[in-house]
Design a protein around this ligand. Structure first.
Ligand SMILES: [Zn+2]
Length: 291
């Protein structure tokens, strides 16, 4: 084949190939297209011959809408179920509290407003509130978050009064000689002074100031035993505090029971007397609860 002839025949062949490559056709001779969306549509046309493209698009949109409405209905139904569940709980709770309040008011003569105040079954003794100023040596102002025990102490200062012991705590703010205090001081005549509010910590029992209330007791006798007036006030105060914190006589401790310090001296050296005191508190509580 001469070179010129070869060239022109070859060129013709190449041009035909190029055209085919540029416009490839499928087996039925239809034109392929690079756009996938258009390709899918043409596949649909093949599947539903005779239907216009518009109708297929509408059909798909309708199906999508139907799916969306079905999902929406399901979500709404679930929300409805949750609502019914919550409402049932609410009705049940309010019915129960209504029944309970009727039971309480039918048992006692009290009306609904003082049911809350009647929680402590033991009467509050006479307490003179004479709070210390907040200071780092006797009233740190730290919040007392919980009360697990009530500690009983003696002042270790024979013959001093409740007021004198309160002053001693107050003066520690100036002297700073040590850290010490108690929530209450009971005098040898039975008077009760409150130095620290019950929602604050006192400096009374090392390591237990954050979960206890402390009571200091004055005394006249050299052996450290309490007068009958101090003892009587102590029993009343302990019972009331037990009622406040839902404690029993078993939760009343000597300072000695947490650390071994000989306080209150007489009730460390005479253990039987300590348990007699606790029995007295129990009996007082039983009698008051039975009233
Ligand atoms: Zn003590």
């Amino acid at each position: 084949m001469p070179a010129a002839q070869y060239t022109s025949a070859h060129k013709r062949q190449q041009t035909a190939d190029d055209r085919r490559r540029r416009r490839p056709a499928d087996s039925r001779g239809r034109q392929h297209t690079a756009d996938p969306q258009a390709r899918r549509t043409s596949a649909k046309i093949m599947r539903y011959p005779g239907r216009p493209v518009q109708s297929i698009k509408r059909r798909r949109a309708r199906r999508r809408r139907a799916l969306f409405y079905r999902a929406l209905a399901l979500v709404l139904f679930l929300l409805f179920l949750v609502g019914v569940f919550k409402l049932t709980g609410l009705v049940y709770r309010s019915a129960r509290s209504w029944i309970q309040s009727r039971e309480v008011s039918s048992v006692g003569s009290k009306n609904d407003t003082d049911v809350q105040e009647a929680e402590n079954p033991f009467p509050k003794p006479d307490i003179t509130v004479s709070l210390l100023e907040v200071n780092r040596y006797s009233r740190p102002g730290t919040t007392l978050k919980k009360v697990k025990n009530i500690f009983v102490h003696y002042t270790a200062n024979q013959g001093t009064s409740a007021e004198q012991n309160r002053s001693y705590f107050a003066n520690l703010a100036e002297t700073g000689e040590r850290s010490a205090s108690a929530h209450f001081v009971i005098g040898y005549n039975g008077e009760i002074l409150q130095c620290i509010p019950l929602n604050e910590e006192a400096y009374a029992v090392k390591g237990r100031n954050d979960d206890s209330v402390s009571i200091e007791c004055c005394y006249l006798s050299a052996d450290g035993s309490f007068t009958s007036s101090t003892r009587a006030s102590l029993v009343e105060l302990l019972a009331w505090l037990c009622g406040e914190y839902d404690l029993t006589a078993e939760d009343i401790l000597r300072h000695y029971d947490a650390g071994g310090k000989k306080c209150p001296l007489y009730y460390v050296e005479n253990e039987d007397e300590w348990y007699r005191l606790l029995d007295e508190v129990s009996q007082y509580m039983e009698a008051a609860a039975a009233e």
